[in-house]
Design a protein around this ligand. Sequence first.
Ligand code: PYC
Length: 404
Amino acid sequence: RGAVGGKWPRAWREHDLGSSYDAVIIGGGVHGLATAYYLARDHGMRNVAVLDKAYIGSGGSGRNTAILRSNYLTPEGVRFYDRSVKLYEHLAADLNYNVMFSQRGHLTLAHNDASLRTMHWRTEVNKLQGVDSSVIDPDEIKKLVPYLDTSPGTRYPILGALYHPPGGIVRHDAVVWGYARGADAHGVHIHQQTEVTGIDVSHGRVTGVQTNRGRIATPVVLNATAGWATLISDMAGVSMPVQTFPLQAAVTEPVRPFLDTVVVSGTLHVYVSQTDRGELVFGASVDPFASYSMRGSLEFTEGIAGHVLELMPALHRMKLLRQWAGLCDMTPDYSPIMGPTPVEGFYVDVGWGTYGFKAGPVSGEAMAATLATGKPPEIIAAFGLDRFADGRLVGEKGAAAVGH
Ligand code: PYC
């Protein structure tokens, strides 16, 4: 769809709220929109609504630092995120929308023997799953990122790194808009400014959702929210083992390209990448207390500036342009919760911690299959809610970009 007479057509349309849909997806982020897209495209379910209480991509999908990777710690995690990277590789062609995926490589620095051991562990698990990762030494790191201070005299000397060539960055808004446009083209209704105020359950099964614009009858509801995952699930009477923490990030003024690798330091609680526009994007670990606040703090700015300068002292004159926060729903094992719940027809795709954006495509594909068939596909079988009762946890803390 191109410009006609100098006017660009709307990428997605507005609709009156339907009184019933075959499925209602709560949350217009990359997970909800991708699920709607694959539901319509792969399963022929088009009478579907995506609801967002604000505008699409206004939550975690527009607040993350756009890093993609699959160098996780557990075989289940590696397989899952590898499928997401593969879907991202073809997403621009698939959606006919430039999502600007730059596979520039991803470095996780090790500053002590314990981290180096975990990097070796992740490398071996990655290789067994066919994912390209290796541990490299400071000289190889310096060749990839000349601005890094790899000298042995620093407070936390760099001993090595987990190098993951398929990792990189993508234009996060474009991913949201591309999925929205694709879902709309298949007939999905996207309703912004539509807040869910209740979920109707009768005799153990979902019958509809209440919104600020009226009631919708539906037999299938997906909770694809972040930040509000527990509040929405509570409406259906399903409690989630999730705690919500803010995660802050910041961006600098643009400068000439000098950094074409993503750099992460768990010890220094920081990750850095440079966008195609030249800005540096910085992120930290989650704030140390549970909260729904999305305000930036001076503590974060001071901390991140100090830590970035320990890694790249030459950046001391860079100016920060803005900072923001997003909400991260943390589970006890740092893996997501995906699949059915004890309420028939009520499904969840929640608990993404700090990993949610990068999982958008694979989650959409897998949740679409789950909603269409009622059965989670093998790729998400390990992430069910029942694992907390059965004690089958999928411990992914060691693969967090930074310490939590
Ligand atoms: O897991 O790659 C990651 C990540 C980046 C920012 C937050 N988490």
